[in-house]
Design a protein around this ligand. Sequence first.
Ligand code: 1CP
Length: 351
Amino acid sequence: MRDVKPDLLEKRFLQPFASKAVSPPPVWLMRQAGRYLPEYRQVRADAGSFLDLCYTPKLAAEVTLQPIRRYGFDAAILFSDILVVPDALGQSVRFAEGEGPRLDPIKSVEGLARLALSNTNDKFARVCETVERLSQALPRETALIGFCGAPWTVATYMAEGKGSSDQAAARSWAYRDRTGFAQLIDILTEASIVYLTGQIEAGADAIQIFDSWAGSLADDEFMRWVVAPTARIVKGLRTRFPNVPIIGFPRGAAAMLQPYIEGTDVDGVSCDTSCPLSVMQTIAKTGTAVQGNLDPLLLVTGGDALDARADALCSAMTGLPFVFNLGHGIVPGTPPENVARLVDRVRQHRN
Ligand code: 1CP
């Protein structure tokens, strides 16, 4: 159990990370800022490119606050992107309209010469300024979550040059040249520690490490590329910031959650939609906080189907350290009124 600073316990979101059950559970949603909100689309259109939005503290803080104003979530998540890290290191990232991220791929060790931690200062500083603004602007009871992508998931985008369904470029590189790929993972691990340290110093109350493609690795590769680097990040932060909870999100890896928790020493895990409720209960019973895992498509559907699953999730996790969330991010077609309906439903939940 982690000793969360007593003054931080005012923030309901933080309590499950001290192994406490909160009723009704704290709630926030992955991608709670984004295209489904008309006010986001407005700021996004004015900002120029997506990365301009991430690197302009006033605008990034504004879009972070939009869902807090609408729904009063228990936590805000810094508006940024996991691909800020490769962009800041020196592998420029572009977001083509309607196409997702594009990078000039790095497919072997020779390509690593482009990257340097010393390149990151200015861009990391801008993101940290957003965090600073947010820690001033948020209501006292609202926690602020900082984040980064886990080294494995960020490496999959760097090697492929875009999103992919099988992460083939990174997986093949890791098989072909383990030491070379390990160098990329090391660079990302170091950069992530520097980046998250800056976010915590600027006022982040908790950290989430997004490993969206953790599920594509065999068990020994999972230990090498997911667990080991995440453990290094946790250790690097914990020694300096023992009271800041760290949440891991190894998406698609429900069967590996136990070794992930033991190997990384995270304070909580976010579970994707395919993770069985029985697995979430077993983990939460050991005192590790569990976040999740409503299907984002139920939030598009709305109505009774949404209510029924939200109730089932709250009931199953009653009395356990639990944070209500989705199993993955809100999708752009989500009606904003369904989000309001969900938050009301969770807030009204009684055992
Ligand atoms: O044009 C737009 O408005 C772009 C849409 C968008 C948004 C709103 C992207 C592009 N990133 C984001 C913000 C974002 N990304 C946040 C902000 C905070 C919040 O949750 O409200 C966070 C935490 C992320 C994290 C992120 N980016 C992940 C990990 C979580 C996950 O979704 O699995 C990943 C994989 C990315 C990469 C990325 N960025 C954007 C897109 C469309 C993608 C996915 C690309 C792909 O694989 O096809």
